[in-house]
Design a protein around this ligand. Sequence first.
Ligand SMILES: Cc1ncc(COP(=O)(O)O)c(C=O)c1O
Length: 368
Amino acid sequence: MTQKDLETVVTPSLLLDLDQLEKNIQDIMEVANSYGVHYRPHVKTHKSVEIARRQIKAGAIGLTVAKVGEAEVMADAGVKDILIAFPISDTQHLERIQALRGKTKITLMIDSVEQADKVGEFFDKENPLPVWIKVNSGLNRCGVEPNEGVLELAKHIQAWASLKLEGIFTHAGQTYGAKSKAEIEKIAAEEVRIIKDSAALCESQGISIEHRSVGSTPAVKLYPNMDGITEIRPGNAVFYDMVQVGLGVAEKEQCALTVLSSVASIQTGRIVLDAGSKALALDKGAHGNDVVKGHGHIREHEDLVIESLSEEHGVIPTERTGEVTFGEKLTIIPNHACPVVNLFDYYTVHKDGKVIDYWSVSARGKNS
Ligand SMILES: Cc1ncc(COP(=O)(O)O)c(C=O)c1O
């Protein structure tokens, strides 16, 4: 394709800095290597076949997804090992999982006896479904309690010949609500300890736990040691965003994803952008996080704050309206990259200030 300047891109658009994306992928791969564990990135952040392929090429062992629709898109793209990290139990979804099994290895998360029974009844003992138990390490969302909770469910799963227990995993997303690096470190250490101890208890009872998986972006570089852990599953680290910057996890320069917006109107006491909640998302962070200011960070005008959003408008109340020009293009680092991606059909991929490609947000809207 002929290369265009970023200046000519229609707004609002989702921009992806290819060099920074590749650096972020490489960086996490090196973190995984330094721990001596595998990397199984979460797809919910990017929902992109192009990005998944780059992660696999860099050395990722497979992918994590939240939705069967995401697994379908990634299996069609040739990904051979997919963990579905959501407690699915209804027949429609299980039929779709069964259909995928000819193409790729699918592992399903289990976190209750009720779910195990439904899934166990559905699959066949001639071709047991690999499953991992989800453990609650303090986020208090899904997951059984550590140790005895894990052992009890593991024994229950073992009674189903149609299920093959291969691993346990957790996501300590409460790192997003941490007030300091020390607090994230503490959560990370606890996350590892919980998985290690729960696996050891199962193994002491003769139940082998081959895979032991942890991961959230805030914690990923802060694990004290990874003894007894086999993989990490960061999602957001592929892009980073203002929440990660606010937590001290990344620098603004490391953010690979931005929203390009234009100054659409300048009024007395305010500047109006063409990026509203349908481009920047309303999400100000996950799990109790309050480290962001406004609705995204404007790279060209660091002191201007997008105070409010309506669907198509971003409003910056300011007496300094003269700092921008009418029609000026602004690059905004979103507060939370993951829901922003889900609002766009494609990434405008750029390198050295030029648009070099357009990548589909392939699993966009695959919400079931
Ligand atoms: C099960 C699971 N694994 C991994 C992740 C990745 O977390 P992050 O985006 O913080 O890296 C998530 C995020 O929601 C998750 O739910």
